[in-house]
Design a protein around this ligand. Structure first.
Ligand SMILES: Cc1cc2nc3c(=O)[nH]c(=O)nc-3n(C[C@H](O)[C@H](O)[C@H](O)COP(=O)(O)OP(=O)(O)OC[C@H]3O[C@@H](n4cnc5c(N)ncnc54)[C@H](O)[C@@H]3O)c2cc1C
Length: 365
């Protein structure tokens, strides 16, 4: 029996696998390495995060160690090279296998889990770390079902050359997709969102660091913060991360036929190829793109067994443990209990560290 089965080879899975291996535990990692980044992000994308956000709990196999002359911004291809380098240096062998089900092996907490793979193979493990990311959680407005594509499913833009494209949403993805679609030759791109016009500026995520330190030092820190404290940090996140978009987008957008519609919303489903906005504007849309973000709904992760959840988020203990002892879920699905930083790569190392601390106790025999 494997000590730890890690399902997912994105940043959270890789970081957690490394942390568990450092404890001397046997670890199996299943999934396609960085597949979300390779298959659900455009090849021409740049990262918002910088070279200081890495995957190593020991802070040795960092991006800066991989590339001392780190580019700014980091092209996605370079980050993927870093992830591959990290996995190789850390000795993490990822098996490209799809997990179909995970089930507790018995009623006793210590019996572990049985995972069934699409290949028919079965793996028994004493603990499971499931790192499903956000792929299952894309949000499309009710009126949008069947009339457009979420950004998660639209990462190649050649077919949009000559098209009139409406993007619903106003954060980094909306404007970066607008730039990429414009650069692919779209005739016109309209970006429509409810919130005010975003700023384009250099963004510093340094404010996150003390929160990460507290998360590591105080068990359940985020959950125990008074609601007002959580709201204040959430607001800071919104201002810095959501309403301020990357400075390098502005000159690209200025050269392109990209039109902004801030403070408005789409009032009705498209009719006759047209969308009506709340300010009366009518936009012709050959294609509609939903850059409407992600909302956790843990029941949509197909391989997971039922776990206690509230509002789509799994109920987690201070170590990312679910209601099934020995099953951990770090990453975006943990943001309700751990804070918004866990929707970003910055959360991968602290999550790995907290899970490893718990594994050390749980699997000590
Ligand atoms: C457009 C966009 C840009 C972003 N830019 C940034 C950024 O600049 N900086 C930043 O910090 N964050 C960024 N993020 C957020 C970032 O993508 C997530 O924080 C991160 O990918 C989450 O990592 P993860 O390991 O939890 O999941 P993922 O990276 O999604 O990995 C999921 C893994 O699970 C595997 N898997 C899925 N189903 C199965 C199955 N049934 N069996 C086995 N394996 C399976 C997949 O193959 C994959 O390996 C961005 C997100 C988006 C959408």
């Amino acid at each position: 029996m494997t000590d730890v089965l890690v399902i997912g080879a994105g940043p959270y899975g890789l970081a957690a696998a490394h942390a568990a291996r450092r404890l001397g535990l046997s670890v199996e990692v299943l999934g396609r390495p960085m597949s979300f980044w390779r298959e659900h992000m455009p090849a021409g994308m740049f990262l918002r995060s910088g070279p200081d956000w890495h995957l190593d709990v020991a802070a040795e196999l960092t991006f800066e160690a991989f590339d001392p002359v780190s580019p700014d911004p980091i092209p996605i291809a370079r980050y993927l090279e870093y992830a591959d380098w990290f996995a190789a240096k850390a000795g993490i062998a990822v098996r490209d296998e799809v997990v179909v089900t995970v089930a507790p092996a018995g009623d006793a907490a210590s019996r572990g889990f049985v995972a069934t793979l699409a290949s028919g193979a079965v793996i028994s493990a004493r603990a499971v770390i499931a790192a499903p990311g956000i792929a299952h959680f894309g949000v499309i407005p009710e009126w949008g079902a069947g009339v457009g594509a979420h950004t998660v499913d639209l990462v190649g833009f050649d077919e949009l050359a000559g098209a009139r494209v409406v993007i619903v949403g106003g954060r980094q993805s909306a404007y970066e997709w607008a730039a990429l679609i414009g650069e692919a030759g779209a005739e016109r791109v309209d970006v429509v969102h409810r919130h005010p016009e975003p700023r384009f500026d250099r963004v510093s995520w340094a404010f996150v660091e003390p929160h990460i330190e507290r998360t590591l030092a105080v068990p359940g820190w985020w959950r125990r913060l008074p609601a007002a404290g959580r709201e204040a940090i959430g607001q800071q996140f919104w201002d810095v991360g959501r309403l301020t978009l990357e400075y390098w987008l502005a000159p690209r957008l200025a050269r392109l036929p990209v039109h902004r519609h801030a403070g408005v919303e789409v009032v009705a489903p498209p009719a006759g190829g047209e969308l009506e906005l709340s300010d009366g504007t009518r936009l012709h849309a050959d294609r509609i793109v939903f850059a409407c973000g992600y909302r956790a709904d843990i029941a949509r992760v197909p391989y997971l067994p039922p776990v206690a959840s509230t509002g789509g988020f799994p109920d987690l203990d201070a170590s990312f443990g679910t209601s099934l002892p020995g099953l951990y879920i770090p990453g975006f699905a943990a943001t309700r209990d751990f804070g918004p930083f866990f929707g970003f790569v910055r959360g991968a190392v602290p999550a790995a560290a907290l899970i490893a601390r718990d594994l050390e106790v749980r699997l000590a025999t």
